[in-house]
Write a protein of this length. Sequence first.
Length: 137
Amino acid sequence: MTASALDILAQHNLRKTAVRAQVLDIFLDSREALSHNDIEAHFNQVDRITLYRTLKTFEEKGVIHKAIDGGEKLKYALCSGHCSEHAHEDHHAHFHCDQCGKTVCIESMHIPAVQAPAGYQLSGAYLVLKGTCATCT
C-alpha cells in the first residue's frame, strides 16, 4: 500500500483494505481511464464482485468518476481531489483515441452549462473528443 493510496482512503473516510489500496495504486500509476476488465487484469486473482463493489464505493465517495467515451465499456478515472461524497467536480472533457482505445481526462476543458429544452429533464452532460492520441500519431 502506497502512502498516496492510504492518504486517499483516509481523506474519503474509507476503510483500508488490500484490494482498495491496490485498485488506487492502479489508478495512480495509470494516466488514462480504466474499465473493470483493465483493473481486473492487474490482479492475479480477485473476486469480481469485490472489485465491482470497490469501484461503486469509490464512485459514490468521490474518489473516481465515470469517463464516458462513447465506447461499449464503462471506464473510470481518478477524481482530481475536489470531489466528495456529495459533489462530483468531474465536469470536464474526455479524449478517446480511435486507434488504441485509450481515454484520458482533459481537466482544463470544462463542459459548458446547458439547459434541457422545455419539458425535458437533464440527467447528465458529457463532452467526448475523439481522434488519435500522441502515442498513435
